[in-house]
Design a protein. Structure first.
Lengths: 302, 688
């Protein structure tokens, strides 16, 4: 096995980063920042990117009045420009027991850690602050966002163990109370909850104006239920066992999981949350590349 | 519900096998860890639960099927109740054989027997019917098949012990006949008796088919005490011209304990003559001899009573005495002053010895024989003599025709006139000499003839020891009966019946001239038998045994009407003109009186009737032996069981109900259903 000096460095796969390294992680929403950066600031600033017009109010700088518009409309409008800034990127990684599942190759937890590490790397490269929160039915580990915490984040990812049953709402509510500043939140989980319950748990994070990116990590066995022999299936979360004949059940199961994914897709899009299903059998670079590409395209459309 | 082979129920432990296998398989089964069964549980939630219940249903199906099969092997059956009646084949036809022989009068046997019979009646279902048969020596249908339990109980209550002997054969044959006519499928005979061994010989040839069942209720006692007087012997002697009788009473103690100083009393014509005391050990016999008494008149009624016990009927023995009239006969020798004056010596000496009867012998010669002599004698013996002149002109023939007896002893001097040829059973021929070489002997005797019947048994008379040196050839007529032949086939004796009388020709002298038979042991009984037969002598019977049938018409020899009075006082009238009505069955112990209506003032004839001595033998028979012989099937012991429970043996009930067949079928059907259901389920199975 390849050894790395920095624990968790294995999650930053060079081959992955080679494909996505030239992409910029762009926040779709305004982010607060202290330095000029690639992200638009929540405030209108001195950038060259025009944002909108607004009516003139006494006290506004006369230099900002759009005189051309005044000539057409005979009204005073002020031109506002978007400001670029750096932001906080916090990775929220589900480490509940179901995440340890792996039908072949990497477990969902490992795969999620790869995703988190890559996102952290991208953020660190564009001078964003990086934070990490792991949770199951409570918050397990918390790395506050900082430009210097890349290594700490990797180290924490390396130490993450999926050992306890999970519960989305409780830790997410706690996090919502914790976040004071807007930023990018990357939520990585397998989302074994009802779609409405998931949305209810996530909403508080969205209320603060955070840009929420959701990765739904699923093992291929969870998607196609490709078992053959009749066996007892044990729920990793509850340890409940149910005797199952997969041959008869698979079809119905697949339709249910797809319905679940469809419901989540619909609900997240309604709330303007990026939602991506990651299949752990797919190469990570391809998944991230496709996500970041589509995100960038959407930004341009906007 | 009872099981015939309950040890098979241990097989119910096999019910645990599917469960155990199921549990073992569950433990061994591969467990696949899955992140969440949220969706699995949702497919859909209700159907999951239902399928799990279906699994339980299958398990229950299998368990019930296995339990049914195990129960079938245990051969269940229902003991009682309506269900048992239904599965047992419906209504029963019961024949209650109630023993009322004399031995049932022992102690409380009769009451217990009637209680047992009532119990059988009370165990009857509404559709059952029963026939009450009372039996002793014979069996009679006392109450025909009826479902009326009240009438049956009344009939049982009204039944009485008889004096008859015990015979199981007729009763069982009657029961078999009644059940054979029954339209009902369940046919049952209940035999209630004390099961005397003497009542069953094992060769009665009674056989119940498989559709008829025989159960028994034994009310006999384990230990018995019974003293009986099975017989008396009457010693006759003559004293001073009168007959004296010495009565010797036999005593039999069939009990388990000896008896001491038992009073034995002789009563004659109502007067106690003498009482003796006897000691009889257990299971032994003894006798008491009373002092002789003079018998002067006929129809003297005697009785011997010995002690008293729980079966009093056999402690008394009745008899009737009458003086025996001597048989009168005349021996006709050859001519007076002949060369052998003592020609009839052997005959007269032999006939002077008899006691039953005594013989009054007159000896005369042919010339002196008067025609009136025929009327004064019962038998005429022509002893080696010519045909008597007095018998000529049909006088001797008429004598014979009236019932007289004629014995012709053929010798050298015998001759027979041609005119009287029809009196002689053949033709006399010339003497035959057998002195050359070995002498002759008697080679053939007709033992079916009354004369020789007493010699029929082995070592009862050796006629071959007599040497025959000469005899008269004799050619028997075609209708005459040759009753003895010599070893060369010649006729030794022949008989002809003439009218009511008989004529016998003996073709060699009954003395020591031509033969030595006169000095052989058989001579005396032979002569006595010849005379008794020719005189139509019948010994008077001092007592009869219950069950015997008398032809009163033949005894009376008149056609007068008769009235018979039984010991119980019942009067039975018989018309003398109807010979078929002259039969009287002696079925009561005691003295019967028979009076002819034409002799109203005369003394009635008395007939003493006693119990069959076998009734005193209370040795019990194993009822199972009887049942096995009759049905050909072994039975379980039943005497101690209540009657209601005895009505059907366990094997019989199980065999008739046949529940095992239905259980086995149901079990197999359940297994088939389980197979079909499980196959169907497995096709749509999503969960194990």
């Amino acid at each position: 096995m390849e050894q790395h000096v920095t624990p968790g460095a294995r999650f930053v796969d060079p081959s992955v980063l080679m494909r996505i390294g030239n992409l910029e992680l762009l926040a779709r929403t305004v982010v607060e920042g202290f330095i000029n950066g690639m992200h638009r600031a929540p405030y209108f600033g001195a950038s060259i990117d025009f944002a909108e017009h607004r009516g003139y109010v006494p006290g506004d700088d006369i230099r900002r009045v759009d005189w051309r518009l005044f000539a057409r409309t005979d009204r005073y409008y002020v031109k506002q420009y978007e400001a670029d800034t750096n932001t906080n990127l916090t990775i929220l990684l589900d480490v509940s027991r179901s995440m340890q599942f792996a039908s072949r190759g990497a477990s969902k937890l490992e795969y999620g850690s790869y995703v988190g590490a890559c996102m952290a790397y991208l953020a660190q490269r564009q001078r964003d602050r990086i934070g990490l929160i792991t949770f199951d039915d409570d918050i397990v580990a918390h790395v506050p966002p900082s430009a210097k915490h890349f290594n700490v984040v990797l180290h924490t990812l390396d130490r993450a163990r999926a050992e306890r049953p999970g519960n989305l709402p409780r830790p997410l509510h706690k996090m919502a109370e914790h976040f004071r500043r807007r930023g990018i939140l990357v939520l990585i989980s397998d989302f074994y909850e009802e779609p409405d319950a998931i949305l209810e748990a996530i909403k508080p994070l969205k209320f603060l104006g955070n840009d929420l990116i959701v990765f739904h990590v699923l093992d291929p066995a969870e998607l196609d239920f490709g078992y053959e022999d009749a066996s007892s299936f044990e729920d990793l979360e509850s340890r409940e066992q149910i005797p199952v004949v997969p041959e008869s059940l698979a079809q119905e199961y697949r339709s249910l999981i797809q319905a679940h994914i469809g419901a989540l897709t619909t609900k997240f899009s309604e709330h303007r949350i990026d939602y991506t299903v990651l299949n752990t059998s797919e190469p990570l670079d391809r998944a991230l590349f496709s996500y970041l590409s589509s995100r960038e395209r959407l930004m341009h459309v906007r | 519900m009872t099981f015939l082979t309950p040890f098979f129920l241990a097989g119910l432990a096999a019910l645990a096998i599917p469960v155990v296998i199921h549990l073992i398989q569950r433990e061994r089964k591969r467990v696949i860890e899955f992140p969440s069964l949220m969706f699995v549980r949702r497919i859909p939630y209700q159907s999951v639960r239902r399928r799990r219940i279906r699994h339980w249903l299958l398990l229950v199906l299998r368990a019930v099927a296995m339990a049914l099969i195990v129960a079938a092997f245990a051969r269940p059956f229902l003991r009682q109740g309506a269900a048992a009646a239904v599965v047992g084949g419906g209504a029963r036809d019961i024949v209650i054989l109630l023993d009322r022989s004399a031995s049932m009068g022992y102690g409380d046997h009769w009451n217990r027997a009637r209680d047992a019979a009532r119990a059988v009646v009370r165990s009857m279902g509404a559709d059952d019917r029963a026939t009450l048969v009372l039996f002793g020596r014979n069996a009679e249908e006392h109450m025909r098949a009826t479902s009326d339990r009240a009438r049956l109980e009344e009939a049982i209550t009204a039944a009485r012990v008889s004096s008859g002997a015990t015979r199981y054969g007729p009763a069982l044959k009657l029961a078999e006949s009644i059940l054979g006519r029954s339209p009902l499928k369940r046919r049952q005979t209940v035999l209630i008796s004390d099961f005397q061994k003497t009542g069953w010989s094992g060769s009665e040839e009674v056989r119940f088919g498989d559709d008829k069942r025989l159960s028994t209720v034994s009310i006999g006692a384990d230990r018995t005490a019974n003293l009986s007087v099975p017989s008396v012997s009457l010693g006759r002697s003559a004293f001073s011209g009168q007959e004296r009788i010495a009565v010797t009473a036999g005593l039999s103690n069939r009990g388990d304990e000896g008896l001491k100083d038992v009073p034995v009393t002789l009563t004659v014509d109502g007067h106690e003559l003498q009482t003796e005391h006897a000691t009889v050990a257990a299971h032994t016999s003894g006798s008491v001899t009373f002092a002789p008494f003079t018998l002067a008149a006929p129809n003297v009624r005697g009785m011997v009573r010995a002690g008293s016990d729980v079966l009093p009927a056999d402690n008394t023995f009745h008899f009737v005495l009458a003086p025996i009239a001597p048989v009168s006969l005349v021996i006709v020798n050859g001519v007076d002053g002949g060369e052998r004056a003592d020609a009839s010596l052997f005959l007269s000496k032999a006939l002077s010895i008899g006691t039953t009867p005594t013989f009054r012998v007159d000896v005369t010669s042919a010339g002196r024989l008067a025609p009136t002599s025929f009327d004064r004698h019962a038998v005429v013996i022509l002893n080696d003599t010519m045909f008597p002149p007095a018998g000529g002109a049909g006088a001797l023939k008429r004598f014979v025709e009236r019932g007289g007896g004629l014995l012709v002893v053929a010798g050298d001097r015998s001759s027979w006139p041609q005119g009287e040829a029809e009196l002689l059973p053949g033709k006399l021929g010339a003497p035959v000499d057998r002195t050359a070489g070995r002498s002759g002997s008697l080679g053939f005797l007709d033992y079916s003839h009354p004369v020789f019947e007493v010699f029929k048994a082995p070592r009862s008379g050796d006629f071959s020891a007599a040497h025959i040196f000469r005899y008269r050839a004799f050619e028997a007529g075609p209708t005459d009966r040759v009753i003895a032949r010599y070893d060369d086939g010649a006729v030794a004796a022949a008989e002809r019946k003439v009218g009511s009388g008989r004529v016998i020709v003996w073709t060699s002298p009954l003395d020591d001239t031509w033969t030595d038979i006169g000095v052989k042991p058989v001579f005396l009984p032979l002569v006595h038998q010849l005379v008794r037969h020719l005189a139509h002598y019948e010994a008077s019977t001092s007592w009869f045994t219950v069950g015997q049938v008398l032809d009163l018409a033949a005894r009376a020899k008149t056609k007068a009407d008769r009235i018979a009075v039984t010991p119980a006082g019942e009067r039975i009238s018989q018309a003398g003109s109807r010979p078929n009505e002259g039969l009287l069955e002696l079925d009561e112990q005691g003295i019967y009186e028979v009076r002819s209506t034409g002799a109203a003032n005369g003394q009635p004839e008395a007939l003493a009737v006693n119990l069959d001595p076998a009734e005193s033998d209370l040795t019990p028979l194993d009822p199972r032996e009887l049942v096995a012989t009759v049905t050909g099937r072994a039975t379980t012991p039943g005497p101690a069981e209540p009657v209601a429970q005895q009505e059907m043996t366990r094997e019989e009930a199980e065999r008739r109900q046949g529940l095992w067949w239905y259980l086995l079928l149901a079990g197999l059907l359940l297994l088939a259903a389980e197979t079909a259901v499980s196959n169907h389920l497995s096709r749509n199975e999503k969960f194990l």
